[in-house]
Design a protein around this ligand. Structure first.
Ligand SMILES: Cc1ncc(COP(=O)(O)O)c(C=O)c1O
Length: 368
């Protein structure tokens, strides 16, 4: 959910994707390449993504939602299997589980907005097959605790890195801590392709082969379909753009981190909580989320002054009508935070001056 600005000052969007001539030229070259689906640019980007995350394989898909479904299918998920997943996430995380016919078992979050692993442990049953931690807002979940629980219960781990491309846990990039991981390239994400896109990362050769087959109609060869998959392929024009931006990803993430530090300093001392960073985590600030009991008033005040904000997410996944049938029990922390969180503008495309204007306006709201 976003709160649209309405004031006379130049608007500050929640996110601003970078567009420049190098990107335009890459897209034009791909058009002239005359091979539009799963060609050399896709293969190059798959290799680049795998190298960046230190995994053996990268498989491009049409979105992260598709990547999640493909990974779940390749992990062998079947009806009745339970998967532990935080309720405080984008609904697609849960949607993919439902489409794969698994049962999402909703878990609360900790003060870093990521899976509360103690709650996950308490909710495991003999039907539990996996853990689906989400590195929400760009911050890794506690991957030590996730790994320990998975090892103790014999579960697989599928990392949802849709918001955390380039984030790291104890010096190692996310995406290589489980059996597989997914990335999203939606336009506001840390790495984008100017449209929808996603990827599965894995060290597991069989899983990578299976995901490749499923994303292309279950094809074993041109005319033979080994199983029913779907068309969830990727394309050359967007891969060309992704290739340019992947080379800039670390610099763009540093820029997000610098802007987050600017917010931290500028908002200090106000009656609002700035994002807490877990020791050992390298946060890449897909979103900069503050927390205040005066959230709705602050959002309206900013909107009136041309500053767009967002709420990620106002309706937790376990309370979505689409999964009402699961009659999920209450999750106290998740249900409290959804009324207090507010995402302030941040992206590699924002200027220092814009962030300073947001800070000054937030301070004005609080009378500081
Ligand atoms: C945490 C999380 N998981 C999954 C997705 C789905 O990504 P996509 O839009 O690429 O399908 C998103 C995107 O909103 C997300 O934020």
């Amino acid at each position: 959910m976003t709160v649209a600005p309405s004031g006379p000052a130049p608007a500050i969007p929640l996110s601003r994707p970078v567009v420049d001539d190098e990107i335009r030229q890459a897209a034009l070259a791909a058009i002239d390449g005359r091979q539009y689906i799963l060609g050399p640019r896709c293969r190059e980007l798959e290799d680049g993504l795998a190298r960046h995350a230190c995994t053996r394989h990268g498989v491009l898909t049409s979105s992260a939602t598709a990547a999640l479904w493909l990974a779940l299918r390749a992990l062998g998920v079947k009806a009745g299997d339970e998967v532990l997943v935080p309720a405080h996430t984008a609904f697609p995380t849960v949607e993919a589980l439902c489409v794969a016919e698994a049962t999402p078992v909703f878990v609360d979050v900790d003060r870093f907005y990521t899976m509360d692993v103690a709650d996950a442990a308490a909710k495991a049953t003999p039907r539990t097959v996996g853990l689906l931690p989400v590195h929400l807002y760009g911050q890794p979940a506690d991957l030590d605790a996730v790994g320990d629980l998975a090892a103790r219960l014999g579960l697989w781990v599928l990392e949802d890195c849709a918001q955390a491309c380039g984030a790291a846990w104890k010096g190692r990039r996310v995406g290589s801590f489980g059996r597989a991981a997914v990335l999203s390239f939606y336009p506001s994400k840390n790495l984008t392709v100017m449209g929808d896109g996603g990827a599965v990362l894995t060290d597991d050769e069989d899983l990578a082969v299976h995901v490749r087959r499923l994303r292309d109609h279950g094809r074993r060869s041109k005319d033979v379909h080994a199983e029913v998959g779907f068309n969830l392929r990727f394309n050359e024009i967007q891969a060309a753009i992704g290739g340019v931006l992947l080379r800039r990803l670390d610099v763009m993430n540093e820029r997000r981190r610098a802007l987050a530090a600017r917010y931290d300093a500028g908002l200090a001392g106000l009656p609002l909580a700035t994002p807490a960073v877990r020791p050992g985590a390298r946060h890449v600030y897909h979103l900069y989320v503050v927390r205040t009991a005066q959230r709705d008033g602050l959002a309206a005040f900013l909107a009136a002054r041309g500053i767009q904000t967002g709420i990620h997410y106002p309706v937790p996944a376990h309370r979505q009508p689409a999964v009402e049938r699961l009659a999920s029990p209450a999750l106290p922390e998740t249900e409290r935070l959804v009324d207090e969180i507010l995402s302030l503008p941040i992206s590699a495309g924002h200027t220092d001056d814009e962030i300073d204007r947001v800070i000054a306006t937030v301070r004005q709201f609080f009378g500081a």
